[in-house]
Design a protein around this ligand. Structure first.
Ligand SMILES: [Zn+2]
Length: 342
């Protein structure tokens, strides 16, 4: 991320704590490679110089700085863009624990401790701590979803894998807003884009992407809705609404944005002209926080975003019509809405 500035807490003349008093006391601690889920038992991270980490994994503090940076940028994105005060909109900070467990290739939001838990990576597929900005934006958005629509997977198998459209929509919203956190931060060392996890060191250069989800070969993310989407694993299924969002924002076909080339396909070649990221994001946020509920599927999400577009821009607006078209371009339409679900 290069050099970034953070607000910290001075506890003595030459003692500083990695805690931000201007963002509801958001603090990062070290789990010391234990499976510690009680934030108060995490080790406080301090400095005598108020300079933290060295940008390399050789310093334990580097992961902590990246975590704290990602969380404060995510909180700022939600506050500046939507007036949201903290993840649950209750003026509370979001805590983090880095170096969680041993060789854990994951990062996740735990609502019980109101904290992000960051593993160090497994050393093979994920070689570094999972503290990338879009990963933090993704995980904290799960916290926002938990505090609003509470979208839930339709079922969970014995291995803990989740399936179904409301869960897929949850993963998708996490990617959409996670990507938006990058655009908000606009850090030249981490240029914003519609790719998720491009800093994780994966061979395919990203984990998922919004413009053409099926380019992902790791999780088999899908581009279009079909009746089998009801039974799809949630990360794979997320492609349907992520793709609709991208088309709403940027439109179909070839486009280069910030040096990244996109070529978003559509169902049956339907062309879509985007309305811009700002409006698309406003529509999806309003839909999430006003109209989605725990069982919202992709067809319900279409209706929710149409309602949000109507509220914001009017029923006859280009924005409203483009929401309808973007969903049609991922094969979600009024005509193919399953009768038994509505
Ligand atoms: Zn997720």
């Amino acid at each position: 991320m290069g050099t970034v500035s953070l607000t910290t807490t001075q506890t003595a003349r030459t003692s500083f704590l990695l805690k931000d008093p201007t963002r509801y006391g958001t603090e990062t601690r070290d789990a010391k490679n234990k499976l510690l889920e009680n934030f108060s038992k995490g080790t406080k991270i301090t400095s005598t110089t108020n300079k933290w980490g060295n940008g390399s994994v050789s310093s334990r503090t580097s992961a902590a700085v990246d975590a704290q940076y990602g969380i404060t940028k995510t909180l700022d994105f939600y506050k500046k863009t939507f007036g949201r005060k903290g993840i649950a909109n209750n003026s509370k900070g979001a805590q983090a624990m880095v170096h969680f467990g041993n060789k854990i290739a994951n990062a996740f939001w735990d609502p019980t401790c109101n904290c992000m838990l960051y593993g160090d990576g497994d050393g093979t597929m994920f070689k570094k701590p999972l503290v990338a900005l879009d990963v933090t934006g993704h995980e904290l958005t799960h916290g926002v979803v938990e505090a609003t629509a509470r979208l839930e997977p339709t079922y969970v198998d014995a291995n803990g894998n989740q399936y179904g459209e409301p869960g897929s929509l949850n993963e998708s919203l996490a990617d959409i807003f996670g990507s938006n956190v990058e655009f908000y931060a606009n850090n030249p060392k981490n240029p914003p884009n519609y790719l998720l996890g491009e800093k994780l060191g994966l061979a395919q250069k990203f984990l998922r992407r919004l413009d053409h989800p099926s380019l992902d070969k790791l999780e088999g993310t899908i581009d279009y809705w079909s009746s089998s989407t009801y039974y799809t694993e949630v990360h794979a299924g997320s492609g349907v609404s992520s793709h609709a969002y991208y088309l709403l924002a940027e439109g179909s076909g070839k486009k280069t944005i910030g040096g990244v080339a996109y070529n978003s396909p559509t169902y049956r070649g339907l062309s879509v002209k985007g309305i811009g990221r700002t409006k698309a994001t406003a529509i999806f946020y309003r839909a999430l926080t006003r109209y989605m509920v725990s069982t919202t599927d992709f067809h319900d999400a279409r209706v929710a975003t149409l309602k949000a577009a109507k509220d914001l821009y009017g029923a006859g607006s280009t924005e409203y019509k483009t929401v309808d078209r973007a969903w049609a371009a991922v094969n979600v339409t009024a005509a193919n809405t399953p009768a038994d679900r509505h």
